[in-house]
Design a protein around this ligand. Structure first.
Ligand code: GCV
Length: 605
């Protein structure tokens, strides 16, 4: 079994491991302050909940608030920043990490090694490492950890059955860090126990969940609740019984309600068996079609969890229109820290600039909770690429305060993690801030999604999804590329409020980075900057590669500590190979269709 990582991500100044036996967040706060040599008095005022205030040399806060205050004090000290003044409170009461860890120990879309929680078909973990993780999450304010994959496969359903004592032991480890557990459940779970159906309106089904949930809360009274993926990608759900998702979700919510639990219901529902010849069905429309008519029909303890975009965590998508269509329903936005479509934690990809755009488009108060798919694993540094930790760190701070500037968060991470000389810190900060746009440019600029390799989602495969069942087509031919999603096309655009419709409707005013998401255009279409579309496709890919090369040079000039220096360099070599491949394959792909030569005469194969 691993021991806790020696170097603790953005908390390198906390050299000592947290001992077992600290019972409350205030105990942890005292330990952390003491080992960092910080003198601060703690006053617990339970009425403050998660809030805290630092004044003079005292921290006053609620039971968890004092710990959050202590971490912010230590981080501000380490970064040479002033502590925020006044009472600090999180914007969202639920700030969740969703792990897609399987009971066998593998992780769906995991790029940092095996699971921290499971191995060999059972719960299996290093308690010291759990405490380190609790500390990392708590230091950035994450307060809910769902440990198992939303695709619940045998034997993971046992977490809320005969594994309850072990689950309770794990919950005990995280409790002093203010982190509550959540579990993903299998919608058809009662059918494993002789109930003949999973119909949510069937009294036997309701009874099974009521009884089982009471047992769960007897073991773990502060469990945050259940997370459910239903009627999605072959998972069971209420559609089988002719019921809608309000009926399905409310049944589970009613079993949780007496115990104070929430039911987090994912809206990632679409037909994953579409016929590619079908030119009418448009996958991004699906979630809105299923859920918006149900607004106002969900119980108070149901939270609908909606991915930030209408497809599936592509490098760029517009905001999911569903997020703007459910004013009478509690919503959570779901982000993805795991770099499934964004470079597998091999390619550098810092997410805060994207989140800033998402939150600016959405309005932070549109949602009442926030979740992110985990990028954690058993690698010594927890996130595979050492820079991927910046995404976990930034996520926590964003979840606490979604008004933050992307750059401020990234800079803080750089400073806390590496304490580089000022010019190098600036260079690293720039590198991270630009990394998404570089990745976008050598992979899928102009809003064209799904050019990715179908098997693993790393690397290029422009035709991989084109004749597949997943509803993800770009329909490139010799004349044109993209899908018309305006009123004259699939009508997807009509799912948006008028201001956003106006932004995207006309190719002349639609931002370039979403042009081919909303429009089907000829290769000779003249872009706002005067270049033909095909030339922009070539230029962007060549430029993306050149910018990746420039990133590699910047990286080589940074005096990062070992092993991060070597690890980042090793991954950068792989990133450059990936970028070269993307650039050459995509340019060749479109050259073969269009027959158009590159105006600059660069090599296309
Ligand atoms: C957990 C995508 C991923 C799946 C994931 C799914 C989801 O389709 O490729 O691995 O399954 O999203 O979010 O449920």
């Amino acid at each position: 079994m691993d021991t806790a990582a020696k170097r603790l991500a953005w908390l390198p100044f906390l050299a000592r491991e947290i001992p077992a036996g600290l019972a409350t967040p205030a105990d942890v706060a005292r330990f952390e302050l003491e080992q960092a040599g910080a003198k601060a008095s703690l006053t617990v005022d339970p009425a403050m909940g998660e809030g805290w205030e630092i004044s003079g040399d005292g921290i006053t806060g609620g039971e968890t608030g004092v710990l959050y205050g202590a971490y912010r004090l230590l981080m501000a000290r380490a970064a040479g920043e002033a502590v925020p003044t006044g009472v600090q409170r999180p914007r969202y009461p639920l700030r969740m990490i969703n792990c897609w860890d399987n009971a066998e120990g593998d992780i769906e879309r995991g790029y940092s090694g095996r699971s921290l929680f499971f191995e060999g078909g059972r719960l299996s973990y290093d308690p010291a490492r759990m405490r380190q993780l609790g500390r990392m999450l708590s230091s950035v304010g994450v307060n809910v950890l769902c440990i198992n994959n939303v695709n619940v496969r045998d034997p993971a359903h046992r977490l809320i059955e005969d594994w309850l004592p072990e689950l309770a032991a794990l919950a005990n480890i995280f409790r002093p860090f203010g982190v509550r557990l959540m579990v993903s459940i299998d919608y058809a779970q009662p059918m494993r126990h002789g109930v003949p159906t999973a119909d949510p309106l069937d009294p036997q089904v309701q009874d099974w969940w009521t009884r089982q949930t009471a047992k769960v809360y007897e073991a773990i009274p502060d469990l945050a609740g259940y997370l459910v993926k239903a009627d999605s990608e072959h998972r069971p759900g209420p559609f089988t019984y002719g019921r809608n998702h309000a009926e399905g979700a409310n049944m589970l919510a009613r079993a949780l309600a007496p115990h104070g639990g929430v039911l987090v219901w994912r809206c990632f529902v679409y037909n994953c068996q579409q016929d590619w010849r079908d030119r009418v069905t448009d996958r991004p429309m699906a979630a809105y079609q299923h859920y918006s008519p149900l607004d106002g029909q969900f119980d108070d303890n149901v939270i609908l969890q909606v991915k930030n975009g209408p497809f599936d965590f592509q490098v760029r998508e517009p905001l999911s229109p569903l997020l703007l269509a459910m004013p009478k329903t509690r919503l959570a936005i779901e982000l993805q820290l795991a770099q499934e479509y964004t470079g597998h934690q091999i390619d550098v990809y810092a997410m805060p600039p994207m989140w800033r755009e998402v939150f600016d488009d959405m309005g932070a108060d549109t949602v009442q909770a926030i979740a992110a798919v985990s990028n954690l694993g058993r690698d010594e540094n927890y996130t595979g690429h050492p820079f991927a930790a910046a995404n976990l760190f930034s996520y926590g701070l964003f979840a606490w305060n979604p008004d933050l500037s992307a750059e401020a968060v990234i800079r803080l991470w750089c400073r806390l993690t590496y304490a580089l000389p000022a010019d190098q810190e600036e260079a690293l900060c720039r590198l991270l801030m630009e990394s998404r746009s570089v990745y976008e440019q050598y992979t899928s600029p102009l809003g064209l999604c799904w050019m990715v390799n179908k098997m693993g989602h790393y690397g290029v495969g422009p035709d991989d999804y084109e004749f597949a069942a997943w509803g993800t087509y770009h329909r490139a031919d010799r004349d044109a590329v993209g899908i018309d999603r305006t009123a004259s096309g699939t009508g997807y655009l009509l799912q948006y409020p008028p201001a956003l419709q106006a932004r995207y409707a006309d190719p002349a005013t639609c931002p370039d980075n979403l042009l081919l998401f909303f429009h089907r255009l000829r290769y000779d279409h003249v872009m706002a900057d005067g270049r033909a579309l095909i030339q922009r496709i070539y230029d962007d890919h060549f430029e993306g590669y050149e910018r990746a090369e420039a990133m590699a040079k910047t990286l080589a000039g940074l005096s990062l500590p070992s092993p991060d220096r070597e690890e980042a360099a090793r991954r950068m070599d792989m990133q450059l190979r990936n970028a070269r491949e993307w650039c050459d394959v995509i340019n060749t792909f479109f050259h073969r269709f269009s027959g158009a030569d590159d105006a600059q005469g660069r090599t296309i194969y």
